[in-house]
Design a protein around this ligand. Structure first.
Ligand SMILES: [Zn+2]
Length: 128
């Protein structure tokens, strides 16, 4: 399995989105998110599913649903990069156009499948 250079670009972009999101949450909450932030150490993400790290419970308490979903979407995307599956539609397997990934690096689906998904689940996808 090899990571194409394009994945490196998105990995950097996703890491930055993640850092900005955490900084934003921290700014809103004061020091409250400290333990959650520790639980979200990038090294944990590289080595596996962060949802299974010890800090998960703290994280769930520190973040609201939307923030958790946003962070999870970013980490899922990073995991897909690590697995070499990034940029492939989870529903039909087609390569998602790079322009779409640039606009929304956490996107899981091609436009057709996303449209279908959003019709089926109108409130399921948080917009980042
Ligand atoms: Zn698709």
């Amino acid at each position: 399995m090899s990571n194409a250079p394009i994945s490196d670009t998105f990995a950097q972009q996703l890491q930055q989105m993640r850092a900005e999101l955490i900084a934003q949450i921290r700014a809103q909450r004061g020091g409250k998110v400290g333990r959650a932030e520790a639980a979200l150490d990038p090294h944990e993400v590289q080595s596996g599913d962060w949802a299974q790290v010890d800090g998960e419970r703290d994280l769930a308490q520190a973040l609201d649903e939307r923030e958790t979903a946003a962070l999870r979407a970013i980490d899922d995307a990073l995991q897909r990069i690590a697995d070499g599956r990034y940029g492939l539609c989870v529903d039909c397997g087609v390569e998602i156009p790079t322009a779409r990934l640039h606009a929304s690096p956490t996107t899981l689906r091609c436009i057709d499948c996303q449209t279908r998904y959003e019709r089926a689940h109108p409130t399921a996808t948080p917009s980042l």
